[in-house]
Design a binder for this molecule. Structure first.
Ligand SMILES: Cc1cc2nc3c(=O)[nH]c(=O)nc-3n(C[C@H](O)[C@H](O)[C@H](O)COP(=O)(O)OP(=O)(O)OC[C@H]3O[C@@H](n4cnc5c(N)ncnc54)[C@H](O)[C@@H]3O)c2cc1C
Length: 353
């Protein structure tokens, strides 16, 4: 089995398959797994077992404060952990390696011939053709695998984030909903001595993202919450178009962001990446080692059962927010409450009047 990408989905898939005795080769284009971090680094509590390796856990989170355009703040329980995302991804990859998977970093998928199940990968030692029986596409939001087999690119939200010193410790995440962040929101996630301050916005506003982030970055030090110095800058794309039409195409299986499993409103995708990666590794074993011809169809059905409903609602809410943006209604608390997971209006039917 060949795994493309060693983020959470690829690491989990490689570990799950190797533990069951499959021969696994996994490639990652970055020189160092998980570096640079492109994440706000929050994981939900059920993923705690993946935060046990040294250097992964940063702190516990217990609540979410959502600030509406009027300035009204709503507090809600929100259980999870802040992690060092590079250490998190590296721990998963180590688990895969210790289970027998062969990992190659600084190695990218260059070409793919799905018709004869051959991938050309390029690393320090040049190009190499690898014949595979099953390929797991865990190569993130801009999946090369999808591109090479002619599947459409995802709609995405763009993000920009600064890591700064945290001046007042907190176990709450802060979310700001405002017409200043069309197609997204701003966040402050405390991470021990530091915090991740970021925002996501519609890609049409890409050029206009720096100003609103800088405005928050000026305001919060004045309130004594964070320091002014920026320790690290990052960003990246978040797929918001929902699940691919098919998660298994021939002997290629999509997992994580490459499958479109990121939540189109919150942008959270680590949990879905791990769940789908593990499940893809299991399905690979069922197909290749036990000859279960229905294994990939079962994977697809299982992942859809677990995620499709939640993602479909979030997509619908995103459409609602896009319309509100066109109608310049994002400054309304009522509109934002229907578009954010902390409010009961988000879960009420119907969405679009
Ligand atoms: C700024 C930001 C903040 C976020 N914050 C959160 C958060 O707090 N909590 C949360 O749950 N989610 C968050 N997300 C989303 C989360 O990071 C993703 O959903 C998650 O990383 C998906 O994991 P993955 O393994 O599917 O993909 P990725 O983590 O993107 O991993 C894909 C890997 O494939 C590699 N790759 C790509 N192309 C190739 C190729 N051709 N050859 C070889 N390797 C390749 C990449 O280098 C990468 O390492 C955030 C995203 C962004 C951008």
């Amino acid at each position: 089995m060949l795994v493309i990408g060693l983020g959470p989905a690829g690491g989990a898939a490689a570990a799950a398959a190797a533990k069951r005795g499959l021969r696994v080769v996994a490639i990652e284009k970055k020189k160092e797994i998980g570096v640079p971090v492109q994440c706000a680094e929050f994981i939900p509590l059920p993923l705690a077992r993946h935060a046990q390796a040294p250097g992964v856990l940063a702190q516990r989170i217990s609540g979410m404060k959502s600030t509406l355009p009027s300035g009204a703040v709503t507090a809600a329980p929100f259980q999870g952990l802040m992690v060092d995302r590079a250490a998190f991804d590296q721990a998963l990859a180590r688990e895969a390696e210790e289970s027998g998977a062969v990992l190659h970093v600084a190695t990218r998928l260059a070409e793919l011939s799905a018709a004869d199940s051959t991938a050309v990968v390029r690393g320090a030692r040049g190009a190499l053709a690898i014949a595979y029986r099953l390929l797991i596409a865990a190569d993130g939001p801009h999946s090369t695998v999808a591109n090479r087999i002619g599947l459409p690119a995802f709609d995405t939200v763009n993000t920009r984030q600064y890591t700064v010193r945290l001046m007042k410790s907190s176990t709450d995440t802060d979310i700001w909903l405002s017409e200043r962040y069309p197609g997204g929101y701003a966040w402050l996630f405390p991470k021990g001595e530091y915090a991740n301050l970021g925002l996501g916005m519609d890609p049409r506003c890409r050029a206009a993202m720096k100003a609103p982030l800088d405005a928050l970055h000026r305001q919060l030090p004045d309130e004594g919450r964070i320091g002014r110095a920026i320790r690290f800058r990052t960003g990246g794309a978040i797929p918001v178009g929902g699940l691919r039409k098919r998660l298994a195409v021939g002997n290629i299986v999509f997992a994580g962001d490459a499958a479109g499993l990121t939540h189109p409103i919150t942008g959270a995708g680590i949990a879905a990446a791990i769940v789908s990666g593990e499940r893809a590794g299991e399905a690979a074993h069922a197909l290749l080692a036990t000859g279960d011809e229905g294994a990939l169809a079962d994977y697809e059905a299982d992942i859809r059962d677990q995620f499709e409903h939640t993602i479909a609602r979030a997509r619908e809410r995103r459409r609602w927010l896009e319309r509100a943006w066109r109608e310049q209604a994002l400054g309304s608390d009522a509109v934002q409450r229907r578009g954010w997971i902390a409010f009961e209006e988000y879960f009420r039917e119907p969405v679009c009047a």
